[in-house]
Ligand binder design. Structure first.
Ligand code: MN
Ligand code: MN
Length: 318
């Protein structure tokens, strides 16, 4: 590998790993205050800024929830399906990869996850009963559960936009069939891909401005202060805090202290802010609090998914 190619390779790995670890950090930090109101958080924790577990799920310190573990299940399925699975789906040859992802969600669910959203549960049960890869469009499917777990798709398809779109929507619709869920899944994935390609804070803010001009439902200015699991509230919260704070820690702390679906808004802000700063600049007191198995799974998947993207786009190594 030539020197510029090697430094691009390392920069990309650092940003991709920063995104995945940032997702887990935001999840672990936010889960403690999930479903609380900002005032309740203030009374109980002051400003909540330490990964301590607890919360309504009674988590162990450093434990993550469905936001991270469903992403890991999706990532595993992508690695098992390989480039062939992705290209065959992208080119309309077959949807074996989507079945594989559905099976991975079933296995995840049967293993007894610490939490599981209602729409995710319904979609997984539907797949289990009749192998259906998507429900009909449903007004009730506007939750954030499909958008929260799409990070592995964004990594595995870097450099192949058609594959990114097809695979993002396919994994999303296993559980969520709603135009705003689709738009959030694609839009957040696009922001992430831009950051991994090297966008700085100013470039991110310009991309966000363009996105909300196209998709006014997600306009976050003025911020309404709603951080529920409805995907519109989630995206507005994520866009507000990631554009208001250039610093990873500031962005994630401000997000989770907004409460409500704090693990998911925290995870998505952590994902974007982590890609922006890279893994090497994440606060060590948070990285080191994640459980070793989570750290290892995330690190392994990040290299595997980036290698998949390189195979997909035919980037030579060595
Ligand atoms: Mn969760
Ligand atoms: Mn949540």
């Amino acid at each position: 590998m030539s020197e510029p190619a090697a430094s691009r390779f390392h920069a990309r790995f650092d940003k991709a790993l920063g995104a995945y670890l940032g997702l887990a950090i935001g999840d672990a930090l936010g889960a403690t205050v999930e479903f609380m109101r900002p005032r309740e958080i203030l009374l109980q924790y002051g400003t909540h800024r330490d990964i301590v577990g607890g919360g309504w799920l009674k988590l162990a310190r450093g434990q993550v929830t469905d936001d991270t573990t469903m992403s890991l299940a999706l990532g595993e399925a992508l690695l098992a399906g390989g480039t062939e699975g992705i290209t065959r789906l992208r080119d309309g040859q077959d949807d074996a990869l989507v079945r594989r992802i559905g099976e991975a969600y079933v296995a995840w669910w049967r293993a007894g996850p610490v939490d599981c959203g209602n729409t995710c549960r319904r979609g997984i049960q539907r797949f289990l009963q009749n192998g259906s890869l998507s429900g009909p469009p449903n007004d009730g499917d506007g939750g954030n559960g499909a958008a929260m777990r799409n990070l592995p798709v964004a990594l595995a398809t870097l450099g192949d936009h058609a594959a990114f779109e097809t695979l993002s929507l396919a994994q999303a619709r296993l559980t969520h069939h709603h135009p705003l869920s689709d738009a959030a899944t694609l839009g957040l994935g696009e922001l992430l891909r831009g950051l991994i390609a090297g966008h700085d804070h100013a470039a991110l803010c310009r991309r966000i401005e363009r996105w909300v001009a196209d998709e006014p439902a997600f306009r976050h200015t003025p911020y309404r202060g709603r951080a529920t699991a409805y995907v519109v509230d989630t995206v507005q919260t994520v866009l507000h805090f990631v554009s208001a704070h250039d610093d990873f820690e500031d962005a994630v702390v401000a997000t989770v202290n907004q409460g409500d679906d704090a693990d998911t808004t925290g995870a998505l802000v952590g994902m974007l802010a982590g890609a922006r700063c890279g893994a090497s600049r994440l606060p060590w007191r948070w990285v080191s609090r994640l459980q070793p198995a989570t750290l290892r799974a995330i690190t392994d998947q990040t290299s595997g998914l980036l290698a998949l993207a390189d195979q997909l786009t035919g980037v030579p190594h060595g």
